[in-house]
Ligand binder design. Structure first.
Ligand code: GDP
Ligand code: IMO
Ligand code: MG
Length: 422
């Protein structure tokens, strides 16, 4: 009972959606607690592939409740598209609930996101351009509009006021192409789809459910290295992507949280700008990208690829209180005779395990240890003991280095390609 958390330990796209989809039927409720349509969580069921942006990845399990929490930012246009895709596939949406306190992404937030990125030139964050930064800025600036506001009589006036503020702000930036009027029309139409959903006070609802003995899985978006406070600032997203964000994003007290499942790929990727100490810019990186189909689920951009990074993972395990791990995409390493792991960093000639203030610093040299690859196909293996010994050695090595047990090993995109380790 209580709340378990599932989140990404790297820079996002660790395979969270797949693992949530598997775990969801062990819970009564799955709840997204932060982020918005910058997320792209892929779920493969049979020959169907779904990419969810705002809706929790438990939606394919009919008997559970899915909650879009107050910490999420919602773009009604993206949400409507997602709802329509799911309806088209006869996925039941009867148990989808939306927090009244979740903030709304306006078309002018997206316009501002694009203008702000364009003005940054070489210093671009590499934002998904979904309006995430400007929406969270309005939230903390106490200007934002929330889901509950759409039911107010003066909603249109509130909308116009905020939009006008944005239009004034946009005058400070060089003009960019953005058809605000057209986007606004579509946004207003999509509001109807949002209005038709059940809205809740997230904190009362979830705490009542907990009191009634129900269990909750909190689904993280992005990854801990993109956390607004503890990530590679300023190359981060605008929310708290870590365990602490669950309390803020759902209205749940810290003492309700039990297990924290951290997801990491067997290597590492990052999409967008910013530091990435173990990035491979040559052929090996290209090979990882090709084999891992490392292209963004939301934007289609090629993901930067590199080796798994122990100091980076130890840091995110520490700040999240991770109690167990899921290693995904182990199959992508099937054809590598040698697998590198960054065990340490050398910074200004000194070895260290701690992440420095500026991970961008050119002085950082990851110190690698080389592991033997298993050089065989993992397809169809669902029992841990049936894995090649060399693959088990790699996993045991990771467990030892990270000091946290591995509970799940994923060997393919499909639901069935998952090893549950006792
Ligand atoms: P998320 O944002 O953390 O949910 O991850 P994404 O969906 O953005 O990216 C993960 C990608 O890897 C998706 O295309 C998944 O279908 C795929 N995937 C997940 N687990 C595995 C795995 O174990 N092996 C392989 N080959 N693909 C996987
Ligand atoms: P999931 O949930 C990977 C990255 C963007 C950019 C930075 C800021 O699928 O793992 P934003 O649009 O949030 O202002 O962009 O964060 N980013 C992600 N990278 N996976 C994600 O989500 C991401 N969401 C945002 O690429 O570098
Ligand atoms: Mg993703």
């Amino acid at each position: 009972m209580g709340v378990d958390v599932l989140l990404g330990l790297q820079w996002g796209d660790e395979g969270k959606g797949k693992i949530v989809d598997y775990l969801a039927d062990k819970y009564d409720i799955v709840a997204r607690f932060q982020g918005g349509p910058n997320a792209g969580h892929t779920i493969v069921i049979g020959d169907k592939k779904f990419v969810l942006h705002t809706i929790p990845s438990g939606v394919f399990r009919e008997n559970i409740v899915n909650v879009i929490g107050n910490g999420v930012v919602i773009d009604p246009i993206t949400l409507e598209k997602e709802l329509n895709t799911l309806k088209g596939e006869n996925v039941s949406l009867a148990n989808l609930l939306v927090a009244k306190k979740a903030h709304l992404i306006l078309p002018s937030h997206r316009n501002l996101d694009a203008a702000s990125e364009a003005a940054k030139g070489k210093l671009k964050i590499g934002s998904t351009l979904k309006g995430i930064g400007p929406t969270y800025m309005d939230k903390t600036g106490r200007n934002g509009l929330r889901v509950g506001d759409i039911f107010r009589e003066d909603f249109l006036e509130r909308y116009q006021n905020l939009k006008n503020k944005h239009v004034d702000l946009l005058k400070l930036y060089p003009p960019i192409e953005f058809d605000l009027e057209k986007e606004e029309q579509q946004w207003m139409q999509s509001l109807e789809a949002l209005k038709a959903l059940k809205t809740i006070d997230c904190s009362y609802f979830l705490n009542q459910q907990l009191s009634a003995g129900k269990s909750i899985l909190a689904e993280g978006a992005q990854g801990s290295m993109l956390d607004i406070d503890f990530g590679t600032y300023p190359y981060v997203t605008s929310s708290n992507t870590m365990t602490a964000g669950v309390c803020i994003g759902l209205g749940i007290a810290p003492n309700k949280i039990n297990n924290v499942l951290g997801i990491t790929k067997a290597y590492c990727t990052r999409v967008g700008s910013g530091p990435f100490p173990t990035e491979l810019e040559g052929e090996v990186g290209e090979e990882l990208r090709k084999l891992g189909h490392e292209f963004g689920a939301t934007t289609g951009r090629p993901r930067r690829c590199g080796w798994i990074d122990i100091p980076q993972l130890k840091y995110t395990i520490m700040i999240n209180g991770v109690t167990s791990l899921a290693i995904t995409k182990l199959d992508i390493l099937n054809t590598f005779a040698e697998i590198n792991v960054a065990e340490n960093y050398m910074i200004n000639g000194e070895p260290t395990e701690d992440l420095p203030y500026d991970l961008q610093s050119k002085e950082i040299l990851p110190l690698y240890t080389t592991k033997k690859g298993w050089m065989s196909d993992l397809e169809g293996i669902t029992d841990y003991n049936s894995l090649p010994q060399v693959a088990k050695d790699y996993l045991t090595y990771l467990e030892k280095q990270l000091g946290v047990p591995i509970d799940y090993v994923s060997t393919g995109p499909a639901r069935r390609s998952l090893i549950i380790k006792d």
